[in-house]
Unconditional design. Structure first.
Length: 285
C-alpha cells in the first residue's frame, strides 16, 4: 500500500495534471482541484490525451487508462478536495502571496497529520509556510515536466520539517516511480539553480553571437550527453517562467549577480515569445 492513499492536487495545469496522473497510476485516490470547471476539465483532458498517446505506442492499454482515470476525481471545492487527504500537493502559479494564501486555507481544512507539499521550483519554502501551524509536516515536492516521464523528484526540507515526514515522502516518491533527491530550503534548490545558470549562459552566448541556438544545444546534447539542450529546455519550461526564476535568484542569492537575466530574454518575453506554449521561442513549435 502506498504511503499516501488519498492525495489532493491543487492546480490542474500542466504540472498539476501530470502529478495527479503519476499518483493515480500508483493506485492513489486523487482529487484534482482548481478554481474553475474549465481548468479542471482541461486537466483531465491532458491526462486522457497523454494516455491515448501511450495506447497508440503500445505502452498503455485501454483498461489501464480506464483504471487510472477512475482514480482521479475532478473537484472545484477546496474543502471537499483536501479535508480527507493524506497528502496535499500544491501546483498553482509561482506567486508567493498566492501560495501563502492557499496554505493558510489548507491549514484550516486538513487534518493535523496531513502532509502539505509545494511543487515550487524556486520560491522560499520558509516564506510559503511562514504562518502554517505544525511546520514539521510541510516540505517541497518539486516534480519535473512532464511528471509522468521525468524520473527526478526534488524533496525540499525546511529546518522545521520532521524526519518522519521526510522519510514518508521519500518512500512515496519511490512508490510512484520517482528517484528522490533531498535538498534543503535554499533559493533555486539544486535543480533550478543549476539549470537556470546553464540556460542563462546559453542565452548570453546566443545574444553575443557565439553560435546559433541549434549549435549551442548540440554542444550539450552531443558533447555532454544531455537529453535536451538548454535553449530547447527553456522553450519547454517557458521563457517567462525562466525570467521570473532568474529575477528571483539574482536578488535572493548573496552571489546572485550572474543570475541577472540577459536583455535578450527580457525582450523575447516582452514580445510574447514564450517558447512552446506560444509557438515561438528560441525555436518555432
Amino acid at each position: 500500500m502506498v504511503e499516501f492513499p488519498r492525495v489532493a492536487v491543487v492546480g490542474a495545469g500542466t504540472m498539476g495534471a501530470g502529478i495527479a496522473q503519476v499518483c493515480a497510476a500508483a493506485g492513489c485516490k486523487v482529487a484534482l482541484q482548481d478554481v474553475q470547471q474549465a481548468f479542471v476539465d482541461k486537466g483531465i483532458a491532458r491526462i486522457s490525451e497523454f494516455l491515448d498517446k501511450g495506447i497508440a505506442k503500445g505502452k498503455t492499454t485501454p483498461q489501464q487508462k480506464q483504471d487510472l482515470l477512475a482514480n482521479v476525481r475532478p473537484v472545484l471545492d477546496l474543502h471537499a478536495a483536501a479535508r480527507d487527504a493524506d497528502l496535499v500537493i500544491e501546483a498553482i502559479p509561482e506567486r508567493l502571496p498566492l501560495k501563502q494564501g492557499l496554505f493558510g486555507r489548507l491549514a484550516g481544512i486538513c487534518r493535523e497529520d496531513t502532509v502539505l507539499a509545494t511543487n515550487t521550483s524556486s520560491l522560499s519554502l520558509a516564506g510559503i509556510f511562514a504562518a502554517i501551524p505544525r511546520p514539521e509536516r510541510c516540505l517541497g515536492m518539486h516534480f519535473f515536466n512532464p511528471p509522468p516521464l521525468m524520473a527526478l523528484l526534488e524533496v525540499v526540507r525546511l529546518a522545521a520539517t520532521g524526519e518522519a515526514t521526510v522519510a514518508k515522502v521519500v518512500a512515496f516518491a519511490r512508490q510512484i516511480g520517482k528517484e528522490p533527491i533531498l535538498v534543503k530550503d535554499s533559493p533555486g534548490f539544486a535543480s533550478s539553480r543549476l539549470g537556470v545558470a546553464l540556460g542563462l549562459e546559453a542565452i548570453r552566448m546566443l545574444e553575443e553571437g557565439v553560435a546559433s541556438a541549434e549549435d549551442i544545444d548540440k554542444a550539450m546534447t552531443l558533447g555532454y550527453g544531455f537529453p535536451m539542450g538548454p535553449l530547447e529546455l527553456t522553450d519547454l519550461v517557458g521563457l517567462d517562467v525562466r525570467l521570473s526564476i532568474a529575477e528571483y535568484l539574482s536578488t535572493a542569492l548573496p552571489d546572485g549577480a550572474h543570475f541577472r537575466p540577459p536583455q535578450l530574454l527580457r525582450t523575447m518575453v516582452a514580445e510574447g515569445k514564450l517558447g512552446k506554449k506560444s509557438g515561438r521561442g528560441f525555436y518555432t513549435w
